[in-house]
Design a protein around this ligand. Sequence first.
Ligand code: HEM
Length: 204
Amino acid sequence: MQSNDRSVGVSLLLQDLRAGTAQLHVALEKRLPFFSPALDHAHYQRLVQAYYGFYQPLEQRLRDSGQTPDDFDLAVRLKTPTLRSDLLALGLSDRAVDQLPLCDTLPAILSAPACLGVLYVLEGATLGGQILRREIAARLNLDAANGGAFLDIYGAATGRRWRDFTDYLATRPFDASSRQAVVDAAQQTFACFERWLDRTEVLL
Ligand code: HEM
């Protein structure tokens, strides 16, 4: 039994998010090439370019949406600047980064629940990043200094920042239909990301 309304809210929203996205996560994880023997520097670079092409317009949309709750600090969680600096470290020029193709099929962000659903996916991805970071360091000799910073974006603070995020979700007084809007946006984010990665031909 949960002890109070707040923890019931956390538990329900997280349970809904996990139940609603677990299959999408497994499906995408299987197709990402991080553990593929075929992954080399060139493929890794194309992968980071594809990530940039998704995160840049999606984070721009989050910023422009006007739906980020006033008490949520979005700026400290934006990951596009790190993806850009990884691409520069991998040898792209600023001009080349600016000319990369950008995804134009993105989740709609028309409400605070939708905004938080998108953020759930982008924040959750930092957890897997901790595993991928080790793999990329071992296989390609890449770390935060030479093109692998995105995978370790929160470093030692990864666990704490994830807990801060889920604690924040817990403070949202969402009813069932708002929770569904969070889950819908999270599902759309996974789906749009996979379609984009497919289109840019970086998946297995
Ligand atoms: C090969 C690639 C990936 C691996 C190996 C991986 C692995 C993981 C692992 C180990 C966790 C933590 C589970 C836990 O602590 O309970 C996690 C959580 C998560 N990952 Fe991934 N991941 C990958 C890619 C992604 C991508 C591309 C996204 C989204 C863009 C993503 C979104 C999430 C989310 C939202 C969670 C949080 C689930 C929750 O606890 O509520 N992951 N992932």
